[in-house]
Design a protein around this ligand. Structure first.
Ligand SMILES: *[C@@H]1O[C@H](CO)[C@@H](O)[C@H](O)[C@H]1NC(C)=O
Ligand SMILES: *[C@@H]1O[C@H](CO)[C@@H](O)[C@H](O)[C@H]1NC(C)=O
Ligand SMILES: *[C@@H]1O[C@H](CO)[C@@H](O)[C@H](O)[C@H]1NC(C)=O
Ligand SMILES: [Cu+2]
Length: 352
């Protein structure tokens, strides 16, 4: 189980006041003047501080210490070194024994947990908050178990839509490897073993709910039909139009059924099933989706930090609420949706 205490480097603590111990002196004229001038300034600082407290406290009962949120960046803006650190940390997860009793490692725990709760977190209101918390759990695992010091990165596929199979994320050196072996045998989900890049030969223990050890696979194509992996569904105009949506329910459904599905339908192999988190690009894809939700929230933050609605599960008519619990399959503590509505909370503490 991962400890709930986030690593301390993201937090700043108040330095102890040193004013009170200074020997008393007669106040000179200039010191008095300084104090008079400083007074309005400190009132402004205090007011800003107060605004922040009251904004956040309505969401989370925890104390506020997210004064310096981390910034998640686009994959190609990372330096070679940063990319290598990220990839090394992901590979390291596959060397740390499972915390959830899968036969494998922490690398297996994420796809496994994703599958356990999938029917509550897809086609339902919790799609965005659940995945926000899920990728946060992954980031935390990278830091706690694999000494990763960076942040999650996103893949902005709108930059690659014209030639999506040529995206730098599929690169053999500064990416996650490309399509499966074109002359190899089909493994699962129209995929074939990945044979280039840092994840060539990576074993995946599960496919969906089935225990079925196989090589991590991709098979660029078009869903269940054969055809090109097309990026037409992730063009910038598609995203811009969804961002104009005012209702949270329409917003999440348009994203989930639109750009979110384009990637698994085109990558296929492991990405094509509920154990999609076996493909490391899954996390860059979901960080991008989380960023777009963040962009949408920022457009009218006061209102949209609470904007939530739709069905609780895709096969129920019960309406979702901010008090609904996000079930994390044992990866991290379950929490109510409201705890992850703002990324700049004590718990999450990041921005884009
Ligand atoms: C662990 O591996 C065995 C075979 O070695 C398999 O039968 C069992 O289902 C696996 N456990 C899980 C949780 O999948
Ligand atoms: C996609 O990439 C290939 C190979 O680099 C190139 O031949 C083709 O023109 C590109 N297509 C577009 C639409 O950019
Ligand atoms: C791809 O598959 C073929 C057929 O199984 C095999 O001969 C070849 O070595 C594989 N390529 C790589 C790069 O592993
Ligand atoms: Cu998912």
């Amino acid at each position: 189980m991962f400890s709930r205490k986030p690593s301390s480097w993201r937090y700043t603590s108040l330095s102890p006041s040193d004013g009170g111990l200074a020997p008393r002196k007669r106040w000179s004229h200039s010191l008095r003047l300084t104090i008079i001038l400083m007074l309005p300034l400190s009132l402004v600082v205090l007011a800003l501080f107060w605004t922040q407290i009251s904004e956040n406290s309505s969401l989370s009962p925890t104390k506020i210490s997210c004064t310096d949120p981390a910034t998640r960046r686009e994959w190609r803006s990372l330096s070679r070194r940063e990319k290598k650190d990220y990839i090394d940390a992901v590979k390291c997860l596959a060397t740390v024994p499972s915390r959830l009793g899968t036969n494998g490692t922490i690398y297996d725990d994420f796809p496994w947990a994703h599958t356990q709760v999938s029917s509550f977190t897809h086609g339902s209101a919790s799609f965005f908050p659940w995945h926000r918390y899920f990728i946060h759990a992954y980031e935390r695992a990278l830091r706690e178990h694999c000494h990763y010091e960076g942040n999650l990165a996103y893949w902005d596929w709108t930059l690659d839509w014209e030639n999506i199979t040529r995206s730098p994320v599929w690169g053999p050196e500064s990416g996650f490897g490309g399509d499966g072996n074109k002359t190899g045998e089909i493994t699962l989900g129209h995929g074939r073993c990945i044979v280039d890049g840092p994840f060539a030969g990576q074993v995946a223990l599960f496919y969906g709910t089935r225990y079925d050890p196989h090589c991590l696979s991709r098979g660029f194509g078009n869903g269940d039909k054969e055809g090109e992996f097309s990026g037409i569904g992730v063009r910038p105009e598609v995203v811009e139009n969804i961002l104009k949506q005012d209702s949270y329910e329409k917003f999440f459904l348009d994203f989930e059924n639109g750009p979110h599905s384009v990637i698994p339908n085109g990558v296929r192999g492991d990405f094509f099933s509920f154990t999609a988190p076996y493909d490391p690009v899954f996390f860059l894809h979901h960080t991008q989706l989380d960023r777009l939700w963040w962009v949408w929230q920022k457009t009218d933050f006061k209102k949209r930090v609470k904007a939530y609605g739709g069905r609780i599960t895709h096969h129920s008519n019960e309406q979702a609420s901010l008090k609904d619990i996000l079930h994390m399959g044992g990866l991290v503590d379950n929490l109510p949706v409201m705890s992850v509505m703002s990324t700049e909370s004590d718990l999450l503490c990041y921005k884009y």
